[in-house]
Structures are given as C-alpha cells and as structure tokens.
Design a protein around this ligand. Structure first.
Ligand SMILES: Nc1ncnc2c1ncn2[C@@H]1O[C@H](COP(=O)(O)OP(=O)(O)OP(=O)(O)O)[C@@H](O)[C@H]1O
Ligand SMILES: [Mg+2]
Length: 250
C-alpha cells in the first residue's frame, strides 16, 4: 500500500529527512513518534505531496511520487488526496457550512455524487464518529473534539485508502481527546491503513500495529508496539517514552 525508498528532503541547508525507507501494508496502523523537529510532519506531508522532496521515491495507493521534476497535474494531486486523506492538529472546517455540509462538500463537488446519496453517506459517517444528532450544527456550535471528529468524517467521505493524522488530539483539552481516540481506534480496528503522528501512549501501545520512532530525519526504530514502546533499543526512544510516561510533553 505504501513504499518509501531512500526519501530525502531539505529545507534550505537543513536536512529534514535523510534516506527514509519503509513499507506499510494494507490495514496496518502506524504510530509515528519522536522528538520535536525530527521530521514526523514533513514525512506525512511528503506522503500526499504537500511537500516535494529531492531524492527517493514514494509509492502510495497506486500513485508514484518522485522528486520534484516539474509540476504535477492538479487533477493528479486531487486524485491523490482523495485516496490519501489527511487530518491535522487543527480542523479547518468551513465556518459557514454545517457539519453535514462540511462532510458532503467534496463528494458533491469533486465526485459529483447526488445530494441524497451524499447526505445518506454523511449521516452514516456522523453516526460512526458519534455525532449522529449534530449534522445541522455549525462549527462554532461544536466543541474542539466534536469539530475534529467532523474533520475525520469529512476525510472519510472521500473513501480514502490511506489516512494520515498529524497530532489529531494535541490541540484538544484532555477530556475531549478520548472521543477522538475512540474514533481512531474504531477506524484502525476496521482495517483502515493509517499513519498517525501522536503523543498518545495508548494509541502507540494498544492500537497501532507498528511504531516508528523518527529522530533527526531517519526512522530510528520500527517494530511492534510491545517491542518499541516497552523495550526501546535506542537512547532517543528510551528518553521519548520515559518523558511520555512521566506525563511530560516530548
Ligand atoms: N517550511 C520550513 N522551512 C524550513 N524548515 C522547516 C520547514 N518546515 C519544517 N522545517 C524544519 O524541518 C524539521 C522537521 O520539522 P517537522 O515539522 O517535520 O518536525 P516534527 O517531527 O513534526 O516536529 P513536532 O513534533 O514539533 O511537530 C525541523 O527542524 C523544522 O524546523
Ligand atoms: Mg509535527
């Protein structure tokens, strides 16, 4: 489903990713952790071509991404981002549209699904994220956690093959994180292929099928949660999980 080979990326003189190589098979859920500035967000952004890269190759959901050798056609990018959904730390819902309208917008406009059909699918997604009765609410009438769940439903409405999450709960108050995490857990258990940058120990340990520790632009550790989280081999991973356990932000 995803193959990353010798991926390298710079910002000016700074090397942000250095020869990242990894494979993800369908249905895996990968927790991506590691110290701030290590390159986690950059890696995710490369996977749906929000960032170009200088060297290496990415194959994802049937698309072949290669180093920046010219403009990629807008329709290719759009098709890629349908197949590879992304949810960010902040949710960026359209403020003038209801929750339901936020979810149905892309299916109606981009995929030209009939309104009735798009609404029906959206209602099922609202139920899936635990907000069956809030379809008519505007974003400002919803809590942060509810808005994030709508953002997840909006991405799912495109029928993605892969979902990328960049710290989906870190902008939320602790009491709202559980509902969002529950949605992520259900998605993972349902077989969605997902890559999740997260500081949630519970996700990394109990939900993810694999954990990557990213440090200074490389994957320092890649293994099953009970191996990487409970028995880290590198100093950076040991320190990272110790900080998490102590309740400190890494
Ligand atoms: N647009 C940019 N211009 C220059 N440097 C950048 C840019 N975006 C990211 N970087 C640098 O690339 C490195 C990796 O950043 P990235 O955001 O991928 O880290 P991260 O692992 O997601 O960190 P965090 O946990 O803080 O979110 C950092 O040193 C950062 O300063
Ligand atoms: Mg980041």
């Amino acid at each position: 489903m995803i193959s990353v080979r010798q991926l390298s990326k710079r910002h000016g003189e700074r090397r942000v990713l250095e020869g990242v190589t990894a494979e993800v098979t369908r249905g895996e859920s990968i927790a991506i952790v590691g110290p701030s500035g290590g390159g986690k967000s950059t890696l995710l952004r490369c996977l749906n071509y929000l960032e170009t890269f200088e060297a290496g190759a990415i194959d994802i959901a049937g698309f072949q991404l290669r180093p920046d050798t010219g403009a990629v056609a807008p329709e290719t990018l759009r098709a890629l981002r349908v197949k590879v959904g992304m949810v960010f730390q902040t949710w960026n819902l359209f403020p003038h549209l209801t929750a339901l309208e936020n979810i149905t917008l892309a299916p109606r406009i981009v995929r030209q699904r009939p309104v009735g059909e798009a609404n029906e699918a959206a209602h099922a997604l609202l139920a899936k994220v635990g907000l069956a009765d809030r379809g008519g609410a505007y974003p400002h009438e919803l809590s942060g956690g509810q808005q994030q769940r709508i953002a997840i439903a909006r991405a799912l409405a495109q029928d993605p093959e892969v979902m990328l999450f960049d710290e989906p709960t870190s902008a939320l108050d602790p009491e709202m994180r559980d509902d969002v995490m529950q949605v992520m857990r259900t998605l993972a258990e349902g077989g969605m292929t997902m890559l999740v940058v997260t500081h949630e120990m519970q996700f990394a340990h109990d939900v993810a099928s694999r954990v990557w520790v990213i440090d200074r632009g490389t994957i320092a550790e890649d293994g099953a949660p009970d191996r990487v989280v409970d028995h880290p081999e590198t100093a950076v991973a040991r320190e990272f999980f110790a900080r998490l356990r102590a309740g400190r932000r890494p």
